[in-house]
Write a protein that binds this ligand. Structure first.
Ligand SMILES: Cc1cc2nc3c(=O)[nH]c(=O)nc-3n(C[C@H](O)[C@H](O)[C@H](O)COP(=O)(O)OP(=O)(O)OC[C@H]3O[C@@H](n4cnc5c(N)ncnc54)[C@H](O)[C@@H]3O)c2cc1C
Ligand code: FES
Length: 398
């Protein structure tokens, strides 16, 4: 008798799994209970509570957060995926942690992007609100025993640098040059902290403003080489606007680490899903492995796998949606997909692809899809995806 009830309950759950019904009823109720518990001071396993909101510049705010229960300290430079609900749909974006691992609280420093869906909502958060965070990820991290460093940033690209310099301060053994670019003095994020840092032993701080009448606008290689004469001996970490990053990469620095917040400009082909599917049939099948035999869908060859899986009620994990963060990495068992930005083709079996920039060209079979953080335990990382994340894909001349 019991097993027949269990069977019926599990069949019903299977029906609502991944559907709008689940999003609107189950998830929303869970969210409501979570916020009630947050107000009562009960720490959630994957939700951080806002304990302070700090205005850094006219368009940038820091959220000071009580870490989720069981949070594993991040490495300086790593990011977390923030998930919020927008019009009933869970939406996530990546944000670098601007706090250091030894800080008692977590900090996210968020620039409000004009018409930005998530950054706008995060700017509206108040003390007591809570938001879902994924475990920290990323390879843009301070070395365990760093030598001479250059931390080079522009705009909100300074956020991972703060985690790094605070860690160096704590260790009290720094040899770091910090070069930061901003439009005007009012736009310098962490301005007061940079001023204090400039007075500390082991740190040199250079702030370059676009509106400085004495200087050239934006990043300038000549000025950088003049400000950092021993540039070649320094391990360089750079994070800033795409144009600045491109120019730094073109300098050919030997030990360069790059963190991108937005995709590099590749006009006119950025996320050009139509070009990505040129010559391919219009409808193909997509099989996803999983419990109970997985799922088969019919998908189009003019859209990314991520968009189409979401439209079909699946909830694959995603972050940047631009092929940068690898949150949506998934094992492709068979079939051919084309990278919507680079045009690279993946046609060999068992290759890791990014769902957000992969457009199907033939029938495709995927391994199990990693779900949104809500389906994972805090700080539980999918090792299968992490290990294979660097599998190269073939470049095809276009
Ligand atoms: C690894 C990583 C770490 C990041 N860390 C930070 C951080 O510490 N602080 C921070 O403020 N942001 C950070 N970002 C960027 C952040 O994830 C979002 O992309 C950004 O907040 C915009 O999201 P949105 O939903 O508000 O904008 P969307 O609604 O996605 O976009 C709205 C419009 O703005 C454009 N746009 C999107 N992002 C940007 C951008 N960054 N600058 C200019 N225009 C943009 C889009 O092309 C679009 O036209 C990081 C991104 C990555 C991949
Ligand atoms: S969501 Fe970031 S790589 Fe796909």
């Amino acid at each position: 008798m019991l097993s027949s009830i269990e069977r019926r309950v599990s069949a019903t759950l299977r029906d609502v799994r991944g559907t709008a019904a689940r999003r609107f009823f189950v998830d929303r109720q869970t969210g409501l209970w979570r916020s009630e518990l947050a107000w009562l001071g009960v720490r959630s396993r994957d939700h951080a509570r806002v304990t302070a909101v700090l205005d850094e510049t006219p368009d940038t705010r820091t959220l000071v957060l009580e870490p989720p229960r069981g949070w594993v300290p991040h490495q300086p430079g790593q990011w977390t995926r923030v998930e919020i609900e927008l019009a009933g749909v869970r939406t996530s974006r990546c944000y670098s942690l601007s706090s250091a691992p030894h800080d008692p609280e977590l900090r996210l420093t968020i620039k409000r992007v004009p018409n930005g869906r998530v950054s706008g909502r995060l700017h509206a958060l108040r003390v007591g609100d809570s938001l879902r965070l994924s475990p920290a990820e990323g390879e843009f991290v301070l070395p365990a025993t760093p030598g001479p460093l250059l931390l080079l940033s522009g705009g909100s690209g300074i956020t991972p640098m703060r985690a790094m310099w605070r860690t160096l301060q704590e260790r009290d053994a720094a040899d770091a040059v910090i070069v930061h670019h901003a439009r005007t003095r009012a736009d310098v994020i962490f301005a007061a902290e940079l001023e204090q840092l400039a007075r500390r032993r082991g740190f040199v701080v250079v702030v370059r403003l676009d509106d400085d009448p004495r200087g050239r606008v934006g990043f300038d290689e000549v000025a950088l080489r003049a400000a950092v004469p021993d540039l070649a001996e320094r391990e360089t970490f750079v994070c800033g606007p795409p144009a600045m990053m491109q120019r730094v990469e073109a300098m050919g620095l030997a030990r360069l680490h790059v963190e991108r917040f937005t995709a590099a400009p590749r006009p006119p082909r950025a996320l050009d899903v139509r070009a990505a599917s040129e010559g391919a049939p219009q409808g193909v099948s997509l099989r996803i492995q999983g419990r109970e035999g997985g799922r088969a869908l019919s998908v189009r060859t003019d859209g990314t796998l991520l968009d189409q899986l979401e439209a079909a009620g699946e909830r694959p994990a995603s972050g940047c949606r631009m092929g940068l963060c690898r949150t949506c990495s998934c094992l492709k068992r068979s079939g051919t997909v084309r990278h919507a930005i680079s045009g690279a083709i993946s046609d060999a079996p068992d290759e890791i692809i990014q769902l957000c920039v992969s457009v199907p060209c033939t029938d495709v079979e995927l391994g199990p899809v990693v779900r949104t953080p809500s389906d994972r335990r805090t700080n539980e990382v999918d090792e299968r995806v992490k290990v294979h994340a660097h599998t190269p894909v073939k470049k095809v001349p276009r």
